[in-house]
Design a protein around this ligand. Structure first.
Ligand code: UD1
Length: 356
């Protein structure tokens, strides 16, 4: 079986790590790794390959940043050349980023089978660029590997045939369970009681008013507890271009994006996490660390019902109320989620081996 696995951004690297490890155990699987280059620098890309022992990509499309149309179109043009040369049996895309959409569309036009890992998640918010990517990739995929049972309902609602849907668990959690112990042993970046903050959603950071509201909330929280903020490059640019002054927040420490192990270590040792990320809602749940999700909706509702996640939007009163409860020791506890057991990659590979 000849597979092409596609990655482009930080969360893709984390998910593909456990899948590549698993396929490498099977001599009858040739797994070609294509990196689109959507994330490209040392901190957003290279360090993940090293720390997660992901082999260097066989092919790097070197696309880099750009508008959505530009990024998607450039990836499609370059990826088509790869597909025509390699003629794989299957293209694997993970998650909901532009790289996944571009490569799935390209494969679909060439009648090459597509597997979507992390299919069926829905925020039901079409203003989110990732939601468009999710819906389209699922429509054109042949194998839909889901992380939670609710995803199946979402797919059936969109008329996807149930024979294409496979409940396999969560690759991001496979990778977390595999590296948790190592991450716990590295040198801690922050000490004492602190929270971790991450922000990168366009709806939160691209608009001056929302970012200013969020920074107001962060100002209040840091007056109670220290905050460590590994800042995403797009957020850093926005803070600079809006001329926000963060210097007077004495308890807020801003650092460059962290590597995987450093970030997991920081989360594990924190009191709670504030984030607008998708994957971090899942990782904090399994690590049993309270997570306040600064968004109006989540495509990962199971992290709220069975995990440690609170969906708050950017409502200051609600957020400060939850922070108070967490500090008092009244946080939600992780209640376990079906198949988030570190064996998702194994299940995916065994299904694919039956099919090809
Ligand atoms: C992308 C994904 C988002 C995912 C996130 C994880 C889409 C639509 N968005 O958002 O779903 O949650 O990745 O981080 O695919 N930049 C660097 N170095 C890099 C990469 C980017 O400095 O290695 C800067 C560039 O200025 C770029 C900006 O970050 O313009 C944003 O990068 P981009 O890939 O467009 O989107 P993300 O916000 O990272």
């Amino acid at each position: 079986m000849k597979i092409i696995s596609v990655v482009g951004t930080r969360p893709n690297f984390v998910k593909i790590a456990s899948f590549i490890k698993e396929t490498s155990k099977h001599k009858d699987i040739q797994n070609i790794l294509v990196h689109t280059g959507q994330h490209y620098d040392e901190k957003m890309s290279n360090s993940f390959f090293r720390e997660l022992s992901i082999p260097q990509p066989d092919i790097n499309l070197g696309i880099g940043s750009g508008s959505h149309a530009e990024q998607t179109a450039k990836i499609m043009i370059e990826f088509e050349k790869v597909l025509l040369k390699e003629v794989p049996d299957l293209v694997i895309v993970v998650g909901d980023v532009n790289s996944a959409l571009a490569c799935a569309l390209t494969a679909s036009k060439l009648n090459i089978k597509i597997a979507h890992i992390e299919a069926g998640l829905r925020s039901l918010d079409r203003s989110m660029p990732e939601e468009t990517n999710r819906v389209i990739v699922d429509q054109i995929s042949d194998y839909l590997f889901i992380t939670e049972r609710d995803a199946e309902k979402n797919l059936l609602n969109e008329s996807i045939n149930s024979s294409k849907i496979f409940f396999v668990g969560n690759l991001m959690i496979d990778t977390l369970l595999m590296h948790k112990e190592k991450a716990s042993k590295i040198k801690q970046i922050a000490s004492g009681d602190y929270a971790v903050l991450t922000l990168h959603r366009p709806s939160n950071v691209d608009n001056k008013e929302s970012l200013s509201n969020l920074l107001g909330i962060i100002r209040s929280i840091q007056s109670r507890t220290k905050i460590l903020w590994p800042i995403h490059p797009r957020t850093k640019k926005k803070v600079e271009s809006f001329n926000f002054n963060l210097k007077e927040m004495e308890n807020l420490t801003i650092v460059e994006p962290l590597g995987y192990l450093e970030f997991m270590n920081a989360v594990m040792n924190s009191k709670f996490v504030l984030t607008d990320s998708g994957g971090i809602q899942e990782e904090t749940t399994v690590l049993n660390i309270p997570c306040i999700t600064l968004r109006e909706n989540t495509e990962r509702p199971i992290t709220c019902t069975r995990g440690t996640n609170y969906l708050t939007g950017i409502n200051k009163k609600v957020i400060l109320g939850i922070v108070n409860e967490i500090i008092k020791g009244n946080a939600k506890e992780y209640q376990g989620i079906d198949l988030w057991d570190g064996k998702a990659a194994e299940r995916i590979v065994s299904i694919l081996k039956n099919e090809f």
